[in-house]
Design a protein around this ligand. Structure first.
Ligand code: ZN
Ligand code: ZN
Ligand code: FE
Length: 753
């Protein structure tokens, strides 16, 4: 006989873990108990040694996804005489270390089957879920995770649901959001003026008809409101663009099923698996020629963000439409997504033609996650549904820390008890609503995890809404505020993700972030060691005429770069055409007088300048568009040479792009394809990475910053450095962009005194 005490950490709550444990134990004739703890699950088993050993094996290998044990601790205990059964004990409230919060999970195959099967009591019921799937983070008000602390508390279980909930052998045993047509939430189709048009299944079918007519539907989804429109109708897509004030930024497309998706996009096996996983993110895929998706969905873009229905509601709606629909966050461009009913009605009233809503409150907004799967692994572009708020272990012990992130792709991070929780993607903080969402998310995280931060961290930039909130709260709570340089935070995030120690070279290639010297950084080689860093390389700074305006106009970066690198008179003829009368003179006057021309070493701005000078893109419609256009152009071209740099090394290796620029302009003059120019530029950046890596002389190199969303650049740099013997680390579980800044800030603040 043996008795074991086991604690399991990982994804073990709200995913059918305890029922699995129950089944494993009963099947092996073991006695004991299992219960949820804030930090995971705790259990004891007792029985013959062969049985307990086999139980442990089952726990490691037979858990149904998405349950996952990251850490298992087993203690041998003295036998408890007289124990007769295996029991599931109630979870005790009150303890407050290491709570594990499950993310929202896409509909499991068993639930999908039930919803599709006539005669089942949940046939066509849009809120069907079980222990393996359904809403979690979007409905949980507090911990431990129990129905009474979710937004399902207002829906008392009917006898049938109660029976399933209480039966350890049922798939819905202790499924907190369990519901059925008798006791659960219901749909309503509402006109823009608020009149009720249909309810329940008729509402669903009516919404399908709205979409088929080419109109815009506002859908109350899982983590917020979404705007939907027929993706095969160019006119409908254009109407959505006009109303949403979103000119060219690509929309994601929701497909009814994998077969339909495969018609529009090329899908590798691993991609198909991820699309159908419990996380069910938006995946950026290669678009196939032809297909029914309107060009205006992602103009001039060889890729398409595609995903599959992840709730029965989306599934049934897409079935009613019978084809792909654009499915985008319910907001005006740059504002956060609406998730409260009253707020959605006001904010989306002018955008949508009808609302499909329901009566299950959304506790917090959680947007769809966006990923790309490259040959060597995933790259997160936006981390939210399915992933947030899963924690990352943090080796540093210390006081609880709250980090406020940057300004775009905002997130906040909370480090406590040996782990760090990164919030879901919150979007841009430029709007009033964005800043309010940041403050609300901070309050939510602190209340949720019951943590009082003893140290705060923010960016160096004084004007970010995140910095201002951090300053206000630091004063209010009388706690110290650590200001972390933007690219230091980028590097620290990637270092923490891989648990690296000792000095590491961070290639932080980015848009712009405020540097320690007051200039705008972004093409940086930093040696990061814990809470400190040394700048060992950077691009030769160049002026940005108009400052922030240059971020929206690649041609401004080009003028500034030409001015600095080749002198005031170097203005290639074809490039002049990118300017209207007097525009160029004005910029050159600004440069000559140094008016509103901040200096930058940003690689993102170098990308913009090269895109403009290569004739790829002079104006920008959305953030990163010029760089994307340059990447796509380079991808279409074969490898064909590179461009030279001039290096000035002293204590710092400064890379001057003047020779690169001169060679690029010669190529343009010689009439070479823009794709060849773009490809050579990418190759030159791989050369730059290698030069800086050799200069720093450290084996471990992390790639971080928004530029490493570029698949080609990342692949070329990785190849080049790996071949030279460096070990390359990339962001795998968090985005390389500013979405990880809060994470990096928390890590730096944890290590600083
Ligand atoms: Zn299910
Ligand atoms: Zn029910
Ligand atoms: Fe950044």
């Amino acid at each position: 006989m043996a008795r074991l005490h086991i604690t399991a950490e990982g994804i073990v709550q709200g995913v059918g873990f305890r029922p699995s444990v129950y089944r494993f134990a009963v099947a092996r004739g073991l006695t004991g108990w299992v219960r949820n703890r804030p930090e995971g699950v705790e259990l004891e088993i007792q029985g013959p040694e062969a049985g307990t050993a086999d139980f442990l094996r089952a726990l490691r290998t037979e858990l149904p996804p998405p349950a996952r044990v990251d850490h298992l601790e087993v203690l041998v205990l003295p036998e408890v005489p007289g124990e007769r059964a295996f029991e599931i004990l109630a979870s005790g409230a009150g303890q407050d270390v290491r709570p594990v919060v499950p993310p929202d999970l896409a509909t499991c195959p068993a639930c999908a089957h039930e919803v599709a099967t006539p005669g089942e009591r949940r046939h066509r019921y849009p809120f069907t879920n079980c222990t393996y799937c359904g809403p979690r983070y979007t409905i949980i008000e507090g911990l431990p995770y129990d129905r009474s602390r979710t937004s399902m508390s207002g829906f008392p279980l009917c006898p049938d649901c109660a029976r399933e909930y209480g039966d350890p052998l049922d798939r819905r045993f202790h499924a907190q959001p369990v519901a059925c047509p008798v006791c659960g939430p219901h749909l309503r189709l509402v006109a823009v003026d608020g009149t009720l048009q249909a309810e329940r299944d008729a509402a669903l079918l009516g919404a399908g008809a709205v979409l088929k007519r080419g109109e815009i539907l506002a859908l109350k989804g899982l983590g917020g409101y979404q705007l939907l429109v027929d993706a095969t109708s160019a006119a409908a897509v254009q109407r959505l663009r006009t109303r949403k004030r979103r000119e060219e930024k690509p929309f994601a497309v929701l497909f009814p099923d994998l077969e339909t998706l495969r018609v529009a996009c090329a899908v590798e096996e691993a991609e198909a698996a991820l699309l159908q996983s419990p996380e069910a993110p938006i995946l950026v895929l290669r678009r196939r020629p032809g297909g029914r998706v309107a060009e205006g969905v992602a103009p001039g873009n060889p890729r398409l963000g595609a995903f599959l229905p992840y709730t029965p509601l989306h599934r049934l709606l897409l079935e009613a439409v019978g084809g792909p629909v654009v499915c985008t966050s319910g907001n005006l461009s740059d504002e956060p997504m609406a998730f409260r009913d009253d707020e959605a009605r006001t904010r989306l009233g002018g955008l949508a033609d009808a609302f499909l809503v329901h009566d299950r409150p959304i506790v917090r907004p959680v947007d769809d996650s966006v990923l790309r799967l490259d040959r060597d692994g995933p790259t997160f572009l936006r981390r939210a549904r399915g992933y947030a708020p899963l924690a990352m272990p943090l080796p540093l012990e210390g006081p609880p820390i709250l980090a406020f992130g940057a300004h775009q792709k905002a997130t906040v991070a909370l480090a406590f008890g040996g782990q760090v929780v990164l919030s879901q993607h919150l979007g841009d903080l430029t709007s009033v609503e964005g800043a309010e969402l940041l403050a609300a998310t901070v309050a939510d995280l602190l209340a949720f995890f019951r943590v009082r931060p003893e140290r705060l961290a923010c960016d160096l930039h004084p004007d970010y809404a995140s910095t201002r909130l951090a300053e206000r709260l630091a004063a209010e709570w009388s706690v110290p505020l650590v200001r972390v340089q933007h690219h230091h935070a980028h590097g620290a995030a990637c270092i923490a993700e891989h648990g690296l120690r000792g000095p590491v070279l961070a290639l932080a290639w980015d848009g712009t972030g405020l540097g320690s010297d007051g200039t705008l950084w972004g093409g940086e080689a930093l040696v990061v060691e814990g809470a400190s860093f040394r700048r060992v390389g950077h691009l030769q700074p160049f002026p940005l005429p108009g400052g922030e305006a240059a971020v929206r106009e690649p041609r401004r970066s080009a003028v500034g770069l030409l001015w600095a690198a080749l002198g005031p008179d170097a203005m290639p003829e074809p490039f002049r055409a990118a300017f209207g009368d007097g525009e160029l003179d004005l910029l050159q006057t600004m440069l000559a007088r140094g008016l509103n021309c901040p200096q930058t070493s940003s690689l993102g701005r170098l990308f913009d300048a090269v895109a403009a000078l290569a004739g790829v893109r002079t104006q920008r419609g959305f953030e990163g568009q010029a760089a994307l256009a340059l990447e796509f152009a380079a991808e279409r071209a074969a490898p064909d040479g590179t461009y030279p740099w001039a290096f000035a090394d002293g204590a710092v290796c400064v890379a001057d792009p003047a020779p690169l620029l001169a060679a690029l302009l010669r190529d343009r003059e010689a009439g070479l394809e823009p794709g060849i120019l773009a490809r050579r530029f990418h190759a030159a950046l791989a050369d730059l990475a290698l030069a800086w890596a050799r200069f720093a002389g450290l084996r471990d190199v992390v790639l971080t910053g928004g530029c490493f969303q570029n698949a080609l650049l990342t692949a070329l740099v990785t190849e080049r450095l790996t071949a030279a013997g460096f070990r390359i680390y990339r962001h795998r579980r968090f985005p390389p962009n500013d979405g990880s800044i809060a994470l990096g800030q928390a890590c730096v603040a944890a290590g600083s005194r």
